[in-house]
Design a protein around this ligand. Structure first.
Ligand code: NAD
Length: 364
């Protein structure tokens, strides 16, 4: 059920073309701060409801990051493992044409699950305006997701959280659930900060080595074989086990709703940095808070991607973009954790309060 409240959603659009087998969704949640910003995801299961939930997260994320963007999201239902690259591009172009009257004026696309710089290039070609999507290739004047802004921001948020709990980042044990764009760069940057990556999962399973994996080697294994489970030096578990292995910092970086009231008691980490959108349910957030586990909310920790979109919009270079991601994510993570401590509310509730205050201030 899609909920309507005083923020939105302003527009819900579903497009269908039986000839092309295109089934797409666009939700413009709120445009108080500017055109709605949010990624285009391609998965076999995406629904209008899922897109609406994610669009709302984008409204909060942009408000919290003090960006001149509203919240939106779009999706195409397709199984990219079963169609060719050209068929996928055709779906993107058809979708871009069908929502052209709203983009870039009210909606600006970006990469998400199943899309990257090449897909954004196709979206722009069909739309006709370079302003209709961010995350485009460098040669088109873009700052592609492939630079790793979100994973970089996750590492920065994790660093702030460790400082907050006075845990040294050097040697801190990290478990990362999902080894795509977010997970890989989070691993790379946390490794650079001296953390020990002890567990990593992807859709094939989990690799665990309590003494730490070599991230560079793991990246190569993933690229060559398609799965982290082929990394020779460690124990292999099922994908879901990653959340319950011993670690200091747990980063769910793949799917939503993976930590729930039902399984949260098995989580052993001291810090959770939410890389994916909505990976921890509200009920689980409450339980974690009562147990003293610090959970940095998704729309605080994973804002690097949309901050990079803003940097691209402003014509920044990659160095300026990384500086902006670091500045905003560090500032907001500190603000949220301090507010949570002071007001004795979950970090999620604290972040929501700040985002809503920023939205209301603009409304006046
Ligand atoms: P991606 O498609 O690049 O990677 C997804 C990863 O999840 C892959 O490694 C895949 O193997 C893994 N995965 C899929 N099913 C799994 C399962 N059952 N168990 C374990 N792993 C599984 O996607 P991404 O861009 O890294 O995005 C990941 C999450 O982060 C999504 O929820 C996305 O909405 C969110 N997010 C991404 C960005 C970004 O900039 N990429 C920004 C904000 C939020």
């Amino acid at each position: 059920m899609i909920k309507f409240d005083d923020l939105g959603p302003e527009k819900l659009i579903e497009v269908y073309d039986p000839k092309l087998q295109l089934h797409g969704f666009l939700v413009i949640d709120n445009t108080i701060l500017g055109p709605a910003k949010g990624g285009l995801r391609i998965t076999p299961t995406v629904t209008l409801e899922e897109v609406a939930r994610l669009a709302r997260i984008m409204t909060y994320k942009c408000a919290l990051a003090e960006l001149p963007f509203g919240g939106g999201k779009s999706g195409i239902r397709a199984d990219t493992k079963k169609i060719s690259r050209e068929q996928k591009f055709e779906l993107i172009r058809a979708f871009a044409r069908s929502i052209k009257s709203l983009s870039p004026s009210e909606y600006i696309a970006g990469p998400d699950v199943g899309t990257g710089e090449a897909e954004m290039a196709e979206f722009i070609k069909a739309n006709g305006s370079k302003k209709s999507a961010t995350g485009k290739p460098l040669k088109m004047g873009g700052l592609p997701h492939e630079l790793g802004s979100t994973g970089f921001g996750i590492a920065q948020a994790a660093l702030v959280a460790t400082q907050f709990l006075k845990i040294p980042i050097k040697g801190a044990k990290v478990a990362i659930g999902g080894f795509g764009n977010v997970g890989q760069f989070a691993a790379k940057y946390l490794f650079q900060l001296g953390a020990k990556i002890v567990a990593v999962s992807d859709s094939a399973g989990t690799i665990y080595n309590p003494t730490g994996v070599d991230v560079k080697k793991l990246l190569k294994v993933k690229e060559k074989t398609g799965s982290v489970t082929k990394y020779q030096n460690g124990q292999v578990f099922g994908g879901g086990e990653i959340f319950f292995l011993p670690s200091d910092i747990l980063i769910p970086a793949a799917l939503g709703d993976v930590i729930t009231a039902k399984n949260v008691d098995k989580v052993r980490a001291k810090i959770i940095v939410e890389g994916a959108n909505l990976p921890v349910t509200e009920a689980a957030e409450e339980i974690l808070y009562k147990r003293g586990v610090l959970a940095v909310p998704d729309f605080v920790a994973n804002a690097g991607g949309v901050i990079s979109s803003y940097a691209e919009y402003r014509g920044y270079n990659p160095k300026q973009m990384f500086e902006e991601v670091s500045r905003k994510v560090v500032k907001n993570t500190k603000l949220v954790l301090e507010k949570s401590k002071k007001e004795k509310i979950t970090p999620q509730a604290a972040a929501l309060k700040i985002a809503l205050e920023r939205l209301k201030a603009k409304e006046k």
